[in-house]
Design a protein around this ligand. Sequence first.
Ligand code: NAD
Length: 356
Amino acid sequence: MYTAFSQLFQNDLTYDPQTMTWLVTGGAGYIGSHIVESFMHAGTPVAVFDDLSTGYRSFVPDDVPLVKGSITDPEAVGRALDEHAITGIVHLAGWKYAGVSVQRPLHFYGENVTGMQVLLAQASERGVNRFVLSSSASWYGTPDAEIVTEDAPPRPESPYGETKVISEWLLRDLARINPDLRQTSLRYFNVVGSGPPELADHSPHNLFPKVFRAVTAGEQPVVFGDGYPTPDGSCVRDYVHVVDLADAHVTAARLLDEGGNCAPAYNVGRGEGSSVFEVLDAIRSVTGIDFENDVQPRRPGDPARIVGSAELIARDMDWRAEFGLDAMASSAWAAWQRQLELYGGPPPDGGFGLIA
Ligand SMILES: NC(=O)c1ccc[n+]([C@@H]2O[C@H](COP(=O)([O-])OP(=O)(O)OC[C@H]3O[C@@H](n4cnc5c(N)ncnc54)[C@H](O)[C@@H]3O)[C@@H](O)[C@H]2O)c1
């Protein structure tokens, strides 16, 4: 059980923080708020830029400055960089969900690609030369390999995935003409769990919140397909605890600050897969709710298995995921229960439920 947030983070992340302030765009969101906590734990000054479209004011600690504005607004972005003397940026602000992006490609390109372009332009003008991009395993689409490595070619299967590929390319192209720009992209796999239970994943499309919603309502969670060529027939994914993921950002930021070399992109996952049935077993054991699975036919386009190699980030940054499936399930459950206390029912979903 999670007791104190600071105990969760690896203790070797402290380094001289005096000369750098990192801006976390999207820092009021699920993952960004954990990255802010991780920076604070490392003793690095941090500020947040967020329009609160899917994030929450309460996710930003009172002693962390929040600049409210859209990443597509050059004036607001420039003001945030100036007001807080920013030296490095972790960029997460944007929209996720591949399925929604198919219905709303203009919106996703506007938020994710135009936003990236505006942010890079404002950062370049001011000589802000350290940049960590939040990318995604959606770069790979449906990988051929059992364990996909970073050199696999991009094969995004949705406008959302395309915006991540283009964002990585924008960063790469800028680095080609600016040798001072130190940057990398972190390709997240399936991010789950919570540090402090207040920082919950509200996403209505993610597996853990979906299962919690179902089982607390006395319903059976739906499993799409049990005939895949995997050990138990259900789909296999690479789940990573959000606290581990947050630490990976601070580790990357430290490497960039210290002048170390980063590869253009790193997978951030555990390098091993868990099946949907294994996740449901972990949830069953953590919640104590003895639910049945509602197995439905496969959904078109769901790959049997997506697992990323975690070797490159271990080699270059000495970063490895610490937390396993039980810690992910127990912390996610604690966060879900906290949301029930706070909201008296299932938590608000940041508006995605309206457009899914
Ligand atoms: N959750 C996952 O499993 C996962 C996996 C791979 C990649 N990612 C990426 O991680 C990032 C964060 O994801 P999350 O799960 O924390 O989502 P989230 O929706 O909780 O966070 C996104 C944050 O960005 C803010 N935002 C959105 N549009 C903005 C804009 N135009 N200007 C300023 N702020 C804006 C939102 O208010 C929110 O606080 C996203 O870029 C997402 O694509 C997430």
